[in-house]
Ligand binder design. Structure first.
Ligand SMILES: Nc1nc2c(ncn2[C@@H]2O[C@H](COP(=O)(O)OP(=O)(O)O)[C@@H](O)[C@H]2O)c(=O)[nH]1
Ligand SMILES: [Mg+2]
Length: 310
């Protein structure tokens, strides 16, 4: 067994912001909703650890957000030490707490700045549920918060995401963003791009075995609203399918279906490695090739994955 590189992600924010649900939903992906409804407040800190690509051990520190714990953290900096990525979760539905949450964020940023943290701070506007996405009041809330955060912390770089546990792809995107900084994915992205053009795909997405997005290609989708409408549901469907393969221990590794005149593929890839095997899933649409030609492309893709991840 080779050693995995340990990565620490600190998941912070006020209590009730949606941190624990975010992490549970991300881990379970499928049928998770019943499970998160009855959450108890997180006591101090909970750890979530998972293996990423057989290369990294990702440790997510879910830092309970109640007042008493927040005071404890800011007095004991050990909790924050050696953080690779700082996430800050803000409940977009709870306007009454905006002032408090901005204040706690400010405290954290001072601490992190003093500790020499230089990565981006990833801010998630949580509970941005699908029915609120087009809602002007919520869009304004978000824009005001963004402006406020950026203006008051000019030295720090931020990345913002709208997230909701009703759309797992929104969670996956927010976490993938930082994990993708750990490895150089230029090669795989280049290959996915070429494949996208060759297959005239609307989208191609490569996931790891926990449903995180490793690389993606979208045809002419530039604004986020279009992304939400066209792609999020596809991603969620892909993830559910892959989860069902895992749950049923199915020996199927591929699915083909038709949608709006395009062929859709979902396929599992296994790459043998020193640690056993690394699993990837690919989801794509095409209006191009015959099945035997697709198979040829998939074989080539398997080789590309082996070259990069073996
Ligand atoms: N509508 C909605 N509710 C959410 C969402 N995420 C979490 N919640 C609810 O918010 C409450 C607090 O969530 P929890 O994960 O315990 O927050 P934490 O204290 O930050 O860990 C729970 O009742 C969740 O069901 C979301 O995306 N949308
Ligand atoms: Mg919690």
């Amino acid at each position: 067994m080779i050693n995995l590189r340990e990565i620490k992600i600190a998941f912070t924010g006020l209590d009730n912001a949606g941190k624990t649900s975010f992490l549970i939903a991300l881990r379970r992906k499928f049928n998770f909703y019943e499970f998160v409804k009855e959450l108890l407040p997180t006591k101090l800190i909970e750890f979530n650890s998972f293996n990423f690509l057989n290369l990294f051990a990702i440790n997510i520190w879910d830092m309970g957000g109640q007042e008493k714990y927040r005071q404890l953290y800011v007095k004991n900096l050990i909790y924050f030490e050696a953080t690779d990525f700082l996430y800050y979760v803000i409940d977009i539905q709870d306007e009454k707490k905006f002032e408090d949450t901005l204040e706690y964020l400010k405290k954290l940023l001072i601490i992190y700045n003093d500790m020499g943290y230089t990565n981006e701070v990833i801010v998630c506007f949580s509970k941005f549920d699908p029915d609120l996405r087009q809602n002007e009041e919520y869009i304004n809330r978000r824009e005001n918060l963004k402006k406020n955060i950026e203006e008051k912390n000019e030295k720090i770089k931020f990345k913002f995401f709208d997230t909701t546990y009703y759309d797992i792809s929104s969670l996956s995107k927010a976490i993938s963003y930082s994990l993708n900084k750990l490895i150089n994915l230029d090669n795989i992205n280049m290959h996915i791009n070429n494949l996208g053009k060759l297959l005239e795909s609307n989208y191609i997405i490569l996931y790891d075995d926990t449903g995180l997005i490793i690389a993606d290609y979208y045809y002419r989708i530039t604004d986020t609203r279009e992304f939400e409408q066209k792609i999020s549901t596809k991603i969620s469907e892909d993830l559910k399918f892959f989860q069902s393969l895992v749950d049923s221990k199915s020996s199927f590794s591929e699915r083909t279906s038709f949608f709006n005149g395009q062929k859709e593929y979902a396929k599992k890839f296994e790459i043998p490695t020193k640690n056993g095997k690394t699993v990837f899933y690919l989801g794509l649409t095409t209006n191009k090739l015959e099945h035997f030609q697709m198979k040829k492309e998939f074989d080539k893709f398997q080789e590309v994955l082996e070259r990069i991840f073996k």
